[in-house]
Design a protein around this ligand. Sequence first.
Ligand code: CAA
Length: 246
Amino acid sequence: MAHIALVTGGIGGIGTAICVRLAREGRTVIANCHPSEVEAAESWQQARAAEGLTIPVIAADVASFADCARMVREIEAQFGPVDILVNCAGITRDKTFKKMEPSHWEAVINVNLNSVFNVTRQVWEGMLERGFGRIINISSVNGQRGQFGQANYAAAKAGMHGFTMSLAQEGAAKGVTVNTVSPGYIETAMTLAMDEGVRNSIINGIPMRRMGRPEEVAAAVAFLASDESAYITGANLQINGGLFMH
Ligand code: CAA
């Protein structure tokens, strides 16, 4: 079961919990970070070491196909082929649509959606050839229901699940499963960056009246990465405290 897992956006709020969870299960976990985060990644690694975990970090811009190709070739050379890919890298550029500039649109589509092509394309053929693979795409409740101020983000996150359902069909007969996880509002820097008043009104609208914890997302990812989930593919698992029921 010592599969090799790559987690993009691995040093972020949800990414960290996923890395920690998979590593505690005995997997070899490689965390991807953006090239601008290399310094932060060093203290991140020290924090993981203090928890008894060794998690290598590799910097690459997931918005760049060429950089993703380089990253995955380096991982393969050093650790072996990637069996589990968690596409978790994501950003927000929240704006009402009348204020949304092309740069806000492009940044979010490139990092949140094009990245899924850029990284998955590097590992896909190997998974098919080996007859095993797990792809888990971290989407969002707002890709399922839309959100005021997030036309770019919701479009990218909804697109991820279209990608999931298509690849799930291509991988199904080859032992490769592809699933989406759609978290609701989770306690991370991304949700903390929201205006406090907006955040509180969102929390009031969540049936559980609280935000989720990154570990609650990581537990679902660990299940979808496991051998036990072999018959689940093309699913969209929502983890949102009842905010949206599909
Ligand atoms: N529904 C309807 N109207 C709304 C509204 C809503 N949800 N929210 C704001 N408005 C209205 C305001 O009442 C105001 O109306 P008036 O002009 O009539 O007074 C108007 O919209 C404000 O428009 P502005 O263009 O001036 O907006 P702003 O610049 O003040 O704020 C925003 C825009 C930054 C997008 C803000 O609405 C916001 O933060 N929204 C929340 C976005 C959000 O949920 N982001 C999630 C981040 S976390 C994440 O993305 C993780 C995940 O997957 C869940």
